[in-house]
Design a protein around this ligand. Structure first.
Ligand SMILES: [Ca+2]
Ligand SMILES: [Ca+2]
Ligand SMILES: [Ca+2]
Length: 331
């Protein structure tokens, strides 16, 4: 993200509390200032956004800051805004928390990708992962990310042209591409998913007619399942990866998939608790999505704005009460 001079003029500014239920929005004056009054004490995130048309294209400037309001008195801060990527393949939505308290149902998890570019892109050989949750050493000094699970699209990475994603297209990859509402109330109907995660090494059900994104670690027999509260999902080109052996915290040997940082297209880390330790390098994702997301609520995290990626999920993602597989909540 390159720093740019602050945009003076009218910007949309929104504020949401991190420690309690509160949100507000306002438009800044032409001098770029905005004021919110009567805020309860607590921690807040403040987001600013300004869109400038440049011919037929648009340029979006965004920025955010965290502020702490201590009872009475004035708190002021300056938000610096930068232009953001609006031209890439990206993770647009993740639904992970489960949909039914009574039956502990979470088999309807899915990941949604989006092509925000003006060109057809290709999913050939791309890898989607469940991030490895343990941090060893300094996360910011390691030039790769690790995965507990890694699943790969068919085709040749980078050069393959068999699995297109059109400009503006959403692609849903379901844990299992079935109508889960047949098994559990409030669960998602994913029978229309574009792809499904499939592990031929396990007892995973292979829905006929729905193409598979398949497990690549022969020591893993599980389907693609991600944690209901805290985890990360990474999208990589798939051009380079290897399987690494390690000893887990209980002293048992295991395997994980390692992906060099340069192959990472996008990554999103989520947690219900913002006090948790980051497990995905800030070079991929600088902040958490999903703070406050309740297990089995059926909620999902989706990009605040279609195609806007600042590599900080605290800013880029909002919690939506119900997932939108194949479309967006953005009006
Ligand atoms: Ca599956
Ligand atoms: Ca299938
Ligand atoms: Ca969606």
């Amino acid at each position: 993200m390159q720093g740019e001079p602050a945009v003076i003029g009218s910007a949309k500014v929104s504020l949401s509390a991190r420690t309690h239920e509160y949100s507000a929005g306002a438009e800044s004056g032409t001098d770029g200032t905005v004021e919110f009054g009567g805020l309860p004490a607590g921690e807040y995130s403040v987001f600013a956004r300004r869109e400038m048309p440049i011919g037929a294209q648009k340029k979006v400037f965004t920025g955010y800051a965290d502020i702490f309001v201590e009872g009475t008195g004035l708190v002021s801060d300056t938000l610096y805004v930068s232009t953001v990527t609006v031209n890439a393949l990206m993770i647009n939505e993740i639904y992970y928390c489960g949909s039914n308290y009574a039956s502990f149902y979470f088999y309807d998890q899915y990941v949604e990708l989006y092509n925000s570019s003006e060109d057809t892109l290709y999913l050939d050989g791309c890898i989607l992962t469940r991030n490895f949750p343990t941090v060893e050493g300094d996360l910011e000094e390691i030039d790769h990310v690790r995965a507990i699970y890694a699943f790969q699209f068919p085709g040749t990475p980078v050069t393959g042209r068999e699995h297109p994603i059109a400009p503006g297209q959403y692609v849903v990859i379901a844990a299992d591409a079935v109508d889960h509402s047949r098994y559990s109330a409030n669960a998602y109907d994913l029978s229309g998913a574009d792809w499904e995660f499939f592990n031929p090494m396990g007892s995973d059900y292979d829905v006929p007619g729905v193409p598979n994104v398949s497990n690549i670690d022969p020591d893993r027999t599980t389907d693609f399942m991600i944690n209901l509260s805290s985890n990360g999902v990474v999208l990589a080109t798939g051009e380079e990866w290897y399987i690494e052996e390690y000893i887990n915290s209980s002293g048992y040997p295991g395997t994980r998939v390692t992906l060099p940082l340069y192959t990472i297209i996008d990554g999103v880390e989520y947690t219900s608790n913002s006090d948790n330790t980051k497990e995905l390098t800030m070079r991929v994702d600088a902040g958490f999505a999903g703070v406050g997301c309740a297990k089995y609520s059926g909620a999902a995290v989706e990009r605040r704005e279609v195609g806007v990626d600042t590599n900080n999920s605290t800013f880029d993602f909002v919690l939506i009460p119900r997932g939108t597989p194949g479309y967006t909540h953005v009006q």
